[in-house]
Design a protein around this ligand. Structure first.
Ligand code: UD1
Length: 419
């Protein structure tokens, strides 16, 4: 078993380069199934979700060549099965994108129920509603989802809930449909724009991605023969910005899109941190104990739920009492029990958590309960006095490229140890 051992406290200082966005990349890879040919994808994060996505695509018949650890060339000319390996598709959430992509490409697909972080109920009714509106039949039974469509026809779809996954999935299934599809009440996250940009680069006709109304004019085929670079990861960037504040450090983030970080910047300034926007890089520093603040997570451009645990670390040591209201997921406060083991005073009730800021945290053995909770514990370990041991690293490795190396370069005393 592997664990991360972090010895603190250390103010994190220096430069970090942000990797490609996990949540864009896990959608762009299945989107290559729409292409009858070859394309190259660069700036892929080197994380386990990407390796599993590639393995699934290979099992479907794709040929993948790794150009380096962050770039692949993928040939999807010969997709020869419509049954995705159930064990692999159940390992992560984004395997649901295979449904939209394969409905477009082959008119049929069977996948395992998507896995991923346990953040409470994670229904996919809006995905299914979209596929059915386009003409597909979807069955969910015995841990599998099967979808079939003789023909997909453009239509108007209203999303009852703002959903990242459903917006992208419907986009994937509508790109090659006959006629025009509109998605109303669409999600606006940066990775939605990135997937649309990828598809448009390959020959699709998608307009309005990044607004709440997306229009997709069906095209006959996507021809590929292009190179696409994945957008920088908003959540990884936010993680390092909040690490700078929590540790009273000074970090410059390279390769980021500062526009995507506005809600985080606003909250950092509110708690007393400083932010300097330099276009494609951003500097964040903090010379004082963070001040209290209240946070409500919201779909983009609101404060992202995927940065809520990292912000929770900042508020756990803030001067004063803070409240976080989690409006997206019903069980996203499991990490607060772990922070409490380190001396934090947090009471979580349903979708609200009360933070009574303490002056310091102390090292303890803790368990990463999900991906972003794991990143929060790495920050907490860097803030805390003494040694923190973090277990369940498989969560962190799903979404952060070389987390310990990046933290170490900023001065953290962090080691991966095999027990
Ligand atoms: C994506 C992200 C995840 C992030 C989340 C919210 C990926 C791979 N994962 O997850 O990291 O936390 O967006 O920003 O991109 N819902 C329904 N019915 C549906 C779909 C969603 O009720 O059919 C609800 C969910 O329960 C949740 C809310 O809508 O309360 C938002 O979920 P959604 O945006 O779909 O999240 P994911 O795409 O699963």
């Amino acid at each position: 078993m592997e664990k991360l051992v972090v010895k603190g406290p250390t103010p994190l200082k220096g430069e970090v380069t942000i990797s490609g966005a996990k949540n864009a990349a896990v959608a762009i890879l299945p989107a290559t199934l729409l292409i009858d040919g070859v394309c190259t994808i660069e700036n892929l994060p080197n994380i386990s979700d990407i390796k599993i996505s590639c393995e699934i695509l290979e099992k479907l018949g794709a040929k993948i060549t790794w150009n380096n650890k962050n770039s692949i060339t993928i040939d999807t000319t010969n997709i020869n099965t419509t049954k995705a390996p159930l064990d692999l598709t159940s390992k992560f959430r984004a395997s649901y994108y295979l449904i939209g992509a394969m409905l477009s490409r082959k008119g049929e697909i069977e996948v395992g129920m998507p896995g991923g972080c346990k953040l409470g109920a994670r229904p996919i009714d809006q995905h299914i509603k979209g596929f059915e509106r386009l003409g597909a039949t979807v069955t969910v039974e015995k841990g599998r989802i099967s979808a079939k469509a003789k023909k997909l026809t453009g239509t108007s779809i209203y999303m009852d809930i703002v959903s990242v996954g459903a917006t992208i999935n419907v986009m994937l299934s509508a790109v090659l449909a006959k006629g025009t599809t509109t998605i109303d009440n669409a999600a606006k996250e940066p990775h939605i724009v990135d997937v649309a940009n990828f598809l448009n680069t390959m020959g699709a006709d998608i307009r309005g991605a990044g607004t709440d109304m997306i229009k997709i004019n069906g095209v006959e085929k996507l021809s590929g023969n292009a190179t696409y670079s994945v957008v920088p990861d908003q959540i990884e960037a936010g993680t390092f910005m909040l690490a700078a504040v929590a540790t009273k450090g000074d970090i410059t983030l390279k390769n980021c899109i500062t526009k995507h970080l506005e809600s985080i910047t606003a909250k950092i300034i509110e708690v007393g941190g400083k932010v300097e926007d330099n276009g494609d890089s951003i500097r964040v520093w903090c010379n004082q104990r963070p001040q209290k603040a209240n946070i409500k997570t919201l779909p983009y451009p609101g404060f992202p739920t995927d940065l809520q645990p990292q912000m929770g670390v900042v508020l756990s040591i803030a001067d004063g009492a803070s409240i976080i209201n989690e409006s997206i997921w019903e069980s996203r406060f499991q990490y607060t029990d772990e922070l409490n083991k380190m001396g934090a005073k947090i009471t979580a009730q349903g979708k609200t958590a009360f933070f009574e800021g303490v002056k310091k945290l102390s090292g303890a053995p803790v368990y990463s309960t999900d991906l972003r909770a794991g990143a929060a514990l790495v920050i907490a370990g860097t803030v805390a006095n003494g040694s923190t041991e973090i277990y369940n690293l498989e969560h962190i490795d799903r979404g952060y490229e070389n987390i310990e190396e990046k933290f170490r370069k900023l001065g953290a005393k962090i080691e991966r140890v095999t027990e």
